[in-house]
Ligand binder design. Sequence first.
Ligand SMILES: *[C@@H]1O[C@H](CO)[C@@H](O)[C@H](O)[C@H]1NC(C)=O
Ligand SMILES: *[C@@H]1O[C@H](CO)[C@@H](O)[C@H](O)[C@H]1NC(C)=O
Ligand SMILES: *[C@@H]1O[C@H](CO)[C@@H](O)[C@H](O)[C@H]1NC(C)=O
Ligand SMILES: *[C@@H]1O[C@H](CO)[C@@H](O)[C@H](O)[C@H]1NC(C)=O
Ligand SMILES: *[C@@H]1O[C@H](CO)[C@@H](O)[C@H](O)[C@H]1NC(C)=O
Ligand SMILES: *[C@@H]1O[C@H](CO)[C@@H](O)[C@H](O)[C@H]1NC(C)=O
Ligand SMILES: *[C@@H]1O[C@H](CO)[C@@H](O)[C@H](O)[C@H]1NC(C)=O
Ligand SMILES: *[C@@H]1O[C@H](CO)[C@@H](O)[C@H](O)[C@H]1NC(C)=O
Ligand SMILES: *[C@@H]1O[C@H](CO)[C@@H](O)[C@H](O)[C@H]1NC(C)=O
Length: 894
Amino acid sequence: MLRLRGPIFGSVLVALWALAVQAEWVDPTVLDACPGYNATNVQTTGSTLTADLVLAGAPCNVFGNDTRQLSLEVVYETTTRIHVKIIDPSTIRYEVPASVFPRPISSSASPDSAAIGFNYTEAPFSFTIYRTSTSEILFSTATHPIIFEPQYLRVKTDLPVNANLYGLGENTDSFHLPTYNYTRTLWSRDAYGVPPGTNLYGNHPIYFEHRTTGTHGVFLLSSNGMDIKINNTEAGKGTTLEYNVIGGVLDFYFLAGSETDPTEVTRQYAEVVGTPAEVPYWSFGLHQCRFGYQNYIEVSEVITNYSAADIPLETMWTDIDYMNQRRIFTTDPNYFPLSRMREIVDYLHSHDQRYVLMTDPAVAYAPGQGYGPFDRGTALDVWLKAPNGTSPHLGLVWPGVTVFPDWFHPSIQAYWSNEFALFYNPETGIDIDGAWIDMNEPSSFCLFPCDDPFTQAIQQDLPPARTTPPPDPNAPIFTNSTSMKKRQALSDQDILYPPYAIENAAGGLSNNTAHSDALHANGQIEYNTHNLYGTMMSMATQNAMLARRPGLRTLVITRSTFAGAGSHVGKWLGDNMADWEHYRFSIAGMLGMASVYQIPMVGSDICGYALNTTETLCARWAMLGAFSPFMRNHNDDTSLPHEFYRWPTVAQAARNVLDIRYRLMDYLYTAFHLAHTDGTPIVNPLWYMYPQDANTFPIDLQFFFGDSILVSPVTEENSTSVTIYLPNDTFYDWATLSPIQGEASNITLTNIDFTTIPLYIRGGVVLPLRAQGAMTTTVLRQTDFELVVAPGVGGEASGSLYVDDGISITPPLTTEVQMGYSQGKLCVNGWYDYPTGVNVARVLFLGVDTEPGSVVVGCGSSTNNATFSYDAASKVVNATLDIPFNGDFWVQMS
Ligand SMILES: *[C@@H]1O[C@H](CO)[C@@H](O)[C@H](O)[C@H]1NC(C)=O
Ligand SMILES: *[C@@H]1O[C@H](CO)[C@@H](O)[C@H](O)[C@H]1NC(C)=O
Ligand SMILES: *[C@@H]1O[C@H](CO)[C@@H](O)[C@H](O)[C@H]1NC(C)=O
Ligand SMILES: *[C@@H]1O[C@H](CO)[C@@H](O)[C@H](O)[C@H]1NC(C)=O
Ligand SMILES: *[C@@H]1O[C@H](CO)[C@@H](O)[C@H](O)[C@H]1NC(C)=O
Ligand SMILES: *[C@@H]1O[C@H](CO)[C@@H](O)[C@H](O)[C@H]1NC(C)=O
Ligand SMILES: *[C@@H]1O[C@H](CO)[C@@H](O)[C@H](O)[C@H]1NC(C)=O
Ligand SMILES: *[C@@H]1O[C@H](CO)[C@@H](O)[C@H](O)[C@H]1NC(C)=O
Ligand SMILES: *[C@@H]1O[C@H](CO)[C@@H](O)[C@H](O)[C@H]1NC(C)=O
């Protein structure tokens, strides 16, 4: 099925044929023998360098003809960011549209003041990025020629031996990426079971590389399919990292990061992709979902069972079961009648609880059936098109044969917002509080070439089977010279079978998804924009939700993401399995999204989506999942139900851990607010906090929730012990509050029952906790605070608290408090415009060696002795305050 073009040298013909058919292996020597380019006409002005790149010798034409001349532009955009872009000036090649990915603000830094520098050699052209302070090379193409062909771009860098690389998601691999024989393929895929080593739902072509001398980032802004190969087998080289991209341009952002603080690079990446959208306070509560709820009665029972089991349930969800014949924007008249669904929503709202429903992108292809969402979209002509631009491109999804919304169509937002306004109308429809969007890779069950989706639908028993051919749709509106020109420029290429076949685990590019030759209204083809589909649906859905409730934050949870998606939506980690391996993987998956890709509202399906879970797995996972920013129990329709109340152990584990999570909710909320402000991560791998400690670099079975709570779950089936790593620092056991000194070594914890998860507070922090948990976040917000002072090695501690109304995008009033502790005195300062309406009930001072004589509280000019108790065994001073939390105060032990 693959064709080769261009002159082929006889001796390599056979090898190249094998390459094209079986792209798993590309002989590096063939690619390294390509001529590369010579730089000419180099011009430097201020922060910008430009040059022409001319093919340096005989073309190698590996996967198409080498482009003869390129142009290079290098811009020092800030003191910590260099943008390197290489394009073919003779044609319009695809670039990620700014409407989907707005380009970062460039402040044109002087190269002299920049933390990283760009260096190059002219002939053959190669470039390096180096850290200015040390001249250390961070990225270098020196020994590998750049290859630029119509459908194949290669850039390869040499890296240190055993480079510490993180990112390049979405994947189910170790957080610390392998450096031997490792390929990361980026091509959105409905990846049931989230198998390791394969491309999954989303695409994040960013990696962070950490060295004890600093941490930096490399982002390739490309939505084209690609394989990124990491290996360490080339003689004389350390690790090599090679991009193999099947279209677009080379558009790199190099981020300097920092020599001392790894989280600096996360903030710099946020400058490029945007900081995360703030979510409502309530969305940090517990969410319950499953595929397979049979009817509205069952949904209502789950809600009442949770409250009967005394487990706080904030938000109930329903999967596609509610739909009539699985068509979006419908309810099943018999199983989920609208009036009864409205009753459920009213019930939830009157109990300070919430409701979320699933919306898929694919719309049932239903001409003449009076199906409004299809008819209205057809009238607006908003469907993704077949290559001839006249008929809709058809796929096969839950309702049978479907069309796909074209998120590039100028009317698509109006269409999508209108459907949300109609179906989710608070007066007449289902008044959802958040949106869940799935299947947006986009997924299709149709097997390529999908010549007859109607027959496949019957064979797969997908309702409803259709036998009539598609009618002529309305005339397309994009027939525009610009669009046609773009289209012609690409018609030359083989967009169904590109000569370099990426290692898509679904097979060809178009298998189980919208075809790569499907056409958008703006003339773009799916070949280029496929990896953006889920993010564009995310943006449209966020806008539709904003239109329903103007000014209020949205909770939208998506499956497919691209770089920048976090500034619109959150994400769940897809259809995992109820096994211990996936329980463990859920940590690396969360770390990738939350601490690298700027999608902090993330979590896995707790207790596992597919397969039957077990009582012990579900108990452990309930506790681990409580330390994901997004906490949702979900499973599929072929497994047994696994709501937390189904087993006594799991119910107890859930109650225990939800009490902790809810007490920590303002700490989490404060961290999320900071993430929204500047991209600071809300969960941290250990090496972010201990960047000089090489033992932490590979750890992905422990992590920090926020930057202060070390979570160390039991990781093996049937086990009640776990060996964990404690860096050289002071910690406090969450359960006893006793100090424990980490000594940069492993310790083994034993007798951890199935309702307990090991937690430590990192020394050096003041935690703002709620004094107790609650059954809803509404009640939680009416609960007093307590402050926990956990001094670090130097005897000092600090923390912060951010409070607002929890729902406004631009809150009218905020309370922001700094807490500092040193030499026995805690000072709380800030502004208190948003009324918390509650007290500070008490302060706990941890690690106090001798009982203080007195504890004095000062507010304004008044001072009072506080009642306190001292526990010599745990070294905790517990001082009762009960003062309103509406102004500065201090608490001193003496
Ligand atoms: C590739 O280059 C050869 C000459 O080197 C030319 O004959 C051929 O038409 C080119 N192919 C394309 C697709 O441009
Ligand atoms: C590129 O530079 C090399 C080394 O200077 C030279 O041998 C070669 O002729 C140059 N190629 C072109 C096309 O100018
Ligand atoms: C830049 O490259 C040139 C030529 O390879 C080299 O002599 C010089 O040291 C490099 N400068 C830095 C700062 O790496
Ligand atoms: C890594 O190198 C080995 C040895 O050359 C090779 O067999 C393998 O295909 C390479 N893997 C990748 C992903 O490049
Ligand atoms: C590299 O990985 C591929 C895919 O996992 C495997 O088939 C191959 O045998 C590996 N090659 C080497 C040299 O380890
Ligand atoms: C356009 O392509 C579709 C899908 O291949 C086909 O069904 C339809 O007949 C074509 N329309 C025209 C006008 O050629
Ligand atoms: C057609 O192109 C013109 C000029 O580029 C542009 O103003 C117009 O919006 C385009 N129309 C459509 C439907 O894309
Ligand atoms: C499409 O995927 C199916 C499995 O889902 C596989 O059997 C088939 O070979 C794939 N076809 C292509 C063209 O990749
Ligand atoms: C789950 O358990 C039930 C009852 O034993 C069984 O019928 C079902 O097949 C199991 N599901 C899976 C995915 O193993």
